[in-house]
Design a protein. Sequence first.
Lengths: 83, 185
Amino acid sequence: MTERLEGGLWCHDVLSLLDQYIDGQLAAGDLAAVQAHVRVCEQCARFGGAYGRVVAAVRRGEATEPAPEQLQRLTARVLERLE
Amino acid sequence: VSEREHDLLRAAGRGDRQVFEGLVTATAPRVWRLVRRLTPDDRVAEDVVQETYLNAWRSASTFTGEGSAMGWLYGVARHQAARSWRRRSGEPARSESLDDLGQLAGWGQDPEQAASRAEDRDALLAALASLSDPDQEVIIHCDLEGMSAGDVGELAGLTANAVRVRLHRARLRLMAALREGGRDD
């Protein structure tokens, strides 16, 4: 890929800050620099958007509670099979 | 509660079946919740939970007492879930290169492919199951269970910053695995 210097950051700097950017943990100065970079660097903007979508998809994994009878059946099966 | 589970697992390791039954009853809901997130449906999840406990019973004597009993059980469950996925998909385990993670994830190329595949739950689970145990663990704790980097660090014996670095790399490997899965389709 072609490295660009935009907003005071190279593309690889943006990549290293991406996680903190997605998680809202960047300090104000770094946040402004990343935002300035991605405004003009299409490849970082695209990658950041895709990265955020992947993280969001993982986070949507819902906690599924077992039904009481399902849990009872499951526990009984395990105990039957213990050697 | 965690101390009691710890004692139960230690006792089970000495072959006390009745104690192990108590451990199963006490922990099955939490093991289920983890396994269900890593499997495509209830039927597969039930199989994986059963195999998790059968393996835990056989190997309880290997629990050294370091770390939590739930952490140990979760490790067994993740391993079984990954084995189940590989068995169903017929694919061997893959270990991703540490080099050029960003580019493997599509940086400067086609990152949207990974993002699109992540919307498919089965594809996402397949990609997650293909990662190493530490990568799966940090993603599960931070992104699925919503734990802070500091709390995960306490569990794993790492600094919060080390957890964040590990999470970043694990997420990139997940994207790379999603892209790779897309090429296999």
